[in-house]
Write a protein that binds this ligand. Structure first.
Ligand SMILES: Nc1ncnc2c1ncn2[C@@H]1O[C@H](COP(=O)(O)OP(=O)(O)OP(=O)(O)O)[C@@H](O)[C@H]1O
Ligand SMILES: [Mg+2]
Length: 504
C-alpha cells in the first residue's frame, strides 16, 4: 500500500491503572488531513505521543513510508519526518519567538556560534510568509497570548520539513481569526505534500478541513470514515456511544436581584468606561474579539488588575479588591483560560489542587484537613466525571480535557456567589461540554451569578441569558435573550453599532 505514509498496528500502552491504548490501529494516507476524534481520555494524545517518539509503546508496530520504525525520542521522529505540536504547550517562557522556532537548528557562524542576526531574519521571513506580520520575532514567548504561543509552535513544526505533521488540539486557545490562518497553513502544507493528523473537539473544523476521521473510545479503534459522507450526529454517536442533544440552558433560571455592578471602570487602554450589571441566577456572556478587553475585565473583577477609575459594587456596596484573595473572600471565583501557567499546579495531585483552592476553608486550628480535601476531591471527580483511577494522581498525568474539569471543579467547590469563567469548555469533548453547561446552569439556578467569556459562538449564544459586547475596551451594546443573533454579535464586536448598520 504505497499510498499509506504511516501505519500503526496493534499498539498497546498501559499507565498505572489505565489502559490508554488497547490494540489500537490507525492508517494515515499520503496527502490527507485525517481527524482523530474521541472523548477526553480516549487516548488520542497518547497515540500521537507514541507516533512522535515521546512514548514507547508496550507493544505494536509502526511503519513509516513502508518501513518499520522505532522512534527513540521526539528528535529522532523529527529527523525521520514526523513532527508534533503538543496539546499542552511546552514551557519555553524565557526564550524568544525566534529561538523557539529554531531551537537546536539555529543558523551558526564560522566559529560555530549561533548567528542571531541571521536566525532572527529567518524567523521574520517565516512569520511574514504565514501572515504573522504583527508577531515580533524577538519577543519573549511568555509575553505572547496562549494563542500566539501556539502559532509559534506550529511554525516551528512546519519549518522542519515534516512529511507527517501532528496537531493535537491546536485551535483550543486560538481566536477565530487565528483559526482561519491555521486552516490556511494546513491547506498550504497539505498542498506541498504534508500529511496531517488533526485532533480537535470542534467538529465544525473537522468538517471544514479534514478528509477522513478515525474515532477512538477507551483506547480502542472504533471506525474510520470519509468526512464528506458522515454527519455530525454520526461522529458524535461513535465518540460518545449515545446521542447528544445539546441543551445550553439560556433563559431557564429565575433572574433575581442585582449582585454586581460596574460603573465606568477603566484600566489602561484595555478597558474604557465599562458599566454593566450582573444579577443572581444570571449567566452574563461577554462577547468580543481578541484584545477587546474581556479577560482584563474578569481580571479587574477578581482583583488581579486594579482599575484606574470607576467603581465596582457588590450587593450595592462599593468594594476594592487589592488582590485575588480579597475577591475570593468576598465570594468570587475565577476560572482562567491559561490553565497550564496560572490555573493548576500540574505537579500536584488532584486532591492537593482542590486543597489549594479551598485552603482557607480546610484549615482548622492551624491544621490542614487533608482527609477532607481527599473526600471533597473525590466527590467532584464523580460529579464532573473526571477520568482517573485516583485523586492522588498528579494533574499533569490527566488528559487535557480532564485537567480542564479539575480546574472547573476546584473553583465550583468553593460555592462562590459569583463565578467568572474564561473559555469554560476549552478542550472539552462534546458529551462533557453538555454536562458542563448543565452544571453551570444548575449553579445559576441556585442563585449564583456567572460572567462567562467564550469565543465559541454557539456556546456564548446558547448559554447566556444576556450578552454584553466589547470592542477595544468599550461596551458597544447589550443583547437580551431572544434578541441575540450571531450577526448582531459580530457587528457589535467589530465596532459597528447597530444603528450604523441599519442606516447603511
Ligand atoms: N503520562 C501519563 N501517566 C499516566 N497516565 C496517563 C499519562 N498520559 C495519559 N495518561 C492516561 O491515559 C488516558 C488517555 O489519555 P490521553 O491524554 O491520551 O487522552 P486524550 O484522548 O488525548 O484526551 P483529551 O481529549 O482530554 O486530550 C487517560 O486516562 C490519561 O489519564
Ligand atoms: Mg489529548
Amino acid at each position: 500500500m504505497e499510498d499509506v505514509i504511516l501505519n500503526v498496528r496493534g499498539v498497546n500502552k498501559e499507565f498505572p491503572g489505565v489502559k490508554a491504548l488497547d490494540d489500537m490501529h490507525f492508517t494515515l494516507r499520503r496527502g490527507e488531513i485525517h481527524a482523530l476524534l474521541g472523548e477526553n481520555g480516549a487516548g488520542k494524545s497518547t497515540l500521537m505521543n507514541v507516533l512522535s517518539g515521546a512514548y514507547t509503546p508496550d507493544s505494536g508496530e509502526i511503519t513509516l513510508d513502508g518501513e518499520a520504525v522505532r522512534f527513540r525520542n521526539p528528535m529522532d521522529a523529527e529527523k525521520k519526518g514526523v513532527s508534533i505540536v503538543h496539546q499542552e504547550l511546552a514551557a519555553f517562557g524565557s526564550s524568544t519567538v525566534g529561538e523557539n522556532i529554531f531551537t537546536t537548528r539555529a543558523p551558526r557562524n564560522a566559529l560555530g556560534m549561533i548567528d542571531y542576526a541571521k536566525m532572527y531574519k529567518q524567523a521574520r521571513a517565516l512569520l511574514d510568509e504565514y501572515g504573522f506580520t504583527d508577531v515580533n520575532e524577538r519577543r519573549l514567548m511568555r509575553r505572547l497570548s496562549v494563542g500566539r504561543q501556539q502559532i509559534v509552535e506550529i511554525l516551528r513544526a512546519v519549518s522542519k520539513d515534516a512529511k507527517v505533521l501532528i496537531l493535537d488540539e491546536p485551535t483550543s486557545a486560538l481566536t477565530e481569526k487565528e483559526t482561519d490562518i491555521l486552516m490556511q497553513i494546513m491547506r498550504d502544507l497539505n498542498q506541498r505534500g504534508v500529511s496531517i493528523v488533526y485532533i480537535s473537539h470542534r467538529l465544525e473544523e473537522v468538517f471544514r478541513i479534514c478528509d477522513t476521521a478515525t474515532i477512538m473510545r477507551d483506547g480502542r479503534y472504533i471506525v474510520t470514515r470519509p468526512v464528506a459522507e458522515s454527519s455530525r450526529d454520526e461522529l458524535v454517536r461513535y465518540m460518545v456511544g449515545r446521542d447528544v442533544v445539546h441543551q445550553y440552558g439560556a433563559g431557564t433560571s429565575q433572574v433575581g436581584s442585582e449582585l454586581l455592578r460596574l460603573e465606568n471602570v477603566s484600566y489602561k487602554k484595555t478597558l474604557r468606561g465599562v458599566s454593566l450589571t450582573l444579577h443572581k441566577g444570571e449567566v452574563l456572556g461577554l462577547a468580543g474579539l481578541e484584545g477587546a478587553g474581556r479577560t482584563e475585565l474578569l481580571e479587574v473583577l477578581f482583583g488581579v488588575l486594579r482599575p484606574e477609575s470607576g467603581r465596582v459594587l457588590l450587593d450595592g456596596k462599593e468594594v476594592h479588591f487589592h488582590s485575588p484573595s480579597d475577591a475570593k473572600a468576598a465570594g468570587l471565583a475565577f476560572i482562567t483560560k491559561d490553565r497550564k501557567n496560572r490555573g493548576l499546579f500540574l505537579r500536584k495531585s488532584i486532591s492537593d489542587n482542590y486543597l489549594a483552592a479551598n485552603l482557607d476553608r480546610l484549615t482548622r486550628r492551624g491544621f490542614t484537613q487533608f482527609k477532607m480535601a481527599r473526600k471533597g476531591a473525590e466527590e467532584y471527580k464523580e460529579r464532573f466525571n473526571i477520568r482517573t483511577p485516583d485523586v492522588k494522581k498528579r494533574v499533569m498525568k490527566l488528559s487535557g480535557g480532564n485537567q480542564q474539569k479539575v480546574l472547573l471543579s476546584m473553583w465550583v467547590s468553593r460555592q462562590p456567589r459569583i463565578l467568572l469563567i474564561d473559555e469554560p469548555t476549552r478542550g472539552i469533548d462534546v458529551g462533557t461540554k453538555e454536562s458542563i453547561h448543565q452544571l453551570i446552569r444548575q449553579y445559576a439556578k441556585s442563585g449564583m451569578g456567572v460572567i462567562m467569556v467564550s469565543s465559541d459562538m454557539p456556546e456564548l449564544i446558547g448559554a447566556s441569558d444576556r450578552i454584553v459586547a466589547l470592542y477595544e475596551g468599550e461596551v458597544t451594546g447589550e443583547l437580551a435573550l431572544g434578541a441575540v443573533t450571531e450577526e448582531k454579535i459580530m457587528a457589535l464586536t467589530s465596532g459597528i453599532t447597530l444603528s450604523e448598520r441599519v442606516s447603511e
